[in-house]
Design a binder for this molecule. Sequence first.
Ligand code: 6R9
Length: 645
Amino acid sequence: MAHDLFPVPDSWAKAAWIDNATYLRMYEQSISDPEGFWGEQAGCLDWFRPWTKVREGAFEGDVRISWFCGGKLNVSYNCLDRHLAGRGDAIALIWEGDDPAESRSFSYRRLFEEVCRFANVLKSLGLRRGDRVTIYLPMIPELAVAMLACTRIGVVHSIVFGGFSADSLAERIRDCQGRVLITADEGLRGGQRIPAKENADKAVEKCPVVERVIVVRHTGGDVPWTPGRDLSWSELMENASADCPPEVMDAEDPLFILYTSGSTGKPKGVLHTTGGYLVFSALTHRHIFDYHDGDIYWCTADIGWVTGHSYIIYGPLANGATTVMFEGVPHYPDWSRFWNIVDKHGISILYTAPTAIRALMRQGDEPVRKTSRRSLRLLGTVGEPINPEAWLWYYNVVGEKRCPIVDTWWQTETGGILLSPLPGAMALKPGSALRPYFGVKPAIVDAAGNFLEGPGDGNLVITEPWPAMLRTIYGDHSRFLQTYFSLYKGAYFTGDGARRDEDGDYWITGRVDDVINVSGHRLGTAEVESALVAHPAVAEAAVVGFPHEIKGQGIYAYVTLKADRSPAEPLREELLRWVRKEIGAIAVPDVLQWAPGLPKTRSGKIMRRILRKIAANSLDDLGDTSTLAEPAVVEELIRNRPAAA
Ligand code: 6R9
């Protein structure tokens, strides 16, 4: 297959951290001598005590993986304290509010002081190393302060995306038994107020484990207050000392839990640890985004997702970078917002998602062209496959053919980027994540279970441990083994399909399990199904993804009602509201079709393959339907496919 090829510009090959020869040499070393390689690279951090062994454990048996065994360090120390002498007055964090008139900058020194203060606040509430704290905050600076304060005293944070409902929040609090919840009165997105405290209150009602709720005053909105339980962030901070020595943590001490969707209904608490995660997020940030002093780096993700953890906060701050965090949305107050932010702060590196690029592209070139964007030198994408059309628009219009694009493939579980171009080293192919990062050993397994040598299509697996990989699913190591290590012997199963081309470059083809990717948000179809069947009118539900022009994938729900209920528009709307309440706005189906019956095998399994075809409107190619118990069900679904879908 022929592709457009975008060679590395000379200026990039000369000035980037990693050119082609360096990539080949370092990659080779990272695979042939992982311990030597990572032992050397881990020198990018400050350690209180060095490790005794670089790596322990393998993808076999119980899969207990350790990196930098016995090494001692502290994440907030590496992200803050060690920069104070050289760049204490340099800007660590630029916050851009939802309202374009609002932004604030924090120097490393200022951020350090706030973090120490808040760490003392957490201590004063009795929190100690190993305890869990849940953070349910909008994209405001206090979120960064809260995370880093947790790491300073060894408290494990679990951040819940502000778009999740009270029920989703409660489920996550209960799973990790977080004693303290940090939230705000309200969030702001596109001029709309998001009722954070109200949701938090509803969640806490169902979580007796929560002793204290710390509330940031953000909008100043009028919110309910429970005296004794609720505490004001600013009052606590006023009385807190800025002197808080960092806790000496083991490289394998837990750093954070982040819940993500899998193939089954219950979200998984992905557990990341301290040393390997920080080494890997810092190095990938430096090499893949080619971060140099003087760059202004902006990742548009929400910190509620892993991208925000690794590439707004930990990687950039460990590197002493200037990182931007944005509270708002791309289209408010108008569709030039992203580019106005780029010009306002002189952003040189921009990292965003294909869904945002497609939505912006749909508005035409005008909103982009009327801004300067001269400061940009590198663009990145993450979260879902990027279609070549969107890639080319990003490259030609946004970057004016001047900025390489790094299409970075990774997952909540991987902690950091595993496949991506290195901009000074590799010619780009629109839609390809190209090559593995150092120490990453990908493989493709075909349908027959063979690990392919050359080009081919199949499931993507990783065959060697890497420093930032998840260590377990919180409280459920057997689910960890089952999910990632049971399908193929000796390999981590990613859940993604991929193709390796004749040049050895990787193309991610999307999830091969029941996970869908809606606007870059990862959702399990089973989660949406269990929300639907929890409604008293619903007997059964099947949910699949379907191709969606902007969102990448949309959500298509087939719903069978109980015998005494009949389909009606008000009920359809009620079910959509119900899903919003149960999970959050991101999970609301784009299409809800009434299904008098669902296609099933004779053993009673729902044939999702067929439902996916109907949802995608690829009706002439339904595949083998001979195992269907009742073929008439399929014809009925096709006949009644909603016109809008
Ligand atoms: C970082 C993040 C992970 C899933 C992953 C894959 C998809 C992410 C991608 C990509 C194609 C890319 N994905 N990056 N697909 N090209 N560059 O998004 O983590 O929320 O856990 O989602 O996202 O399907 O398996 P997470």
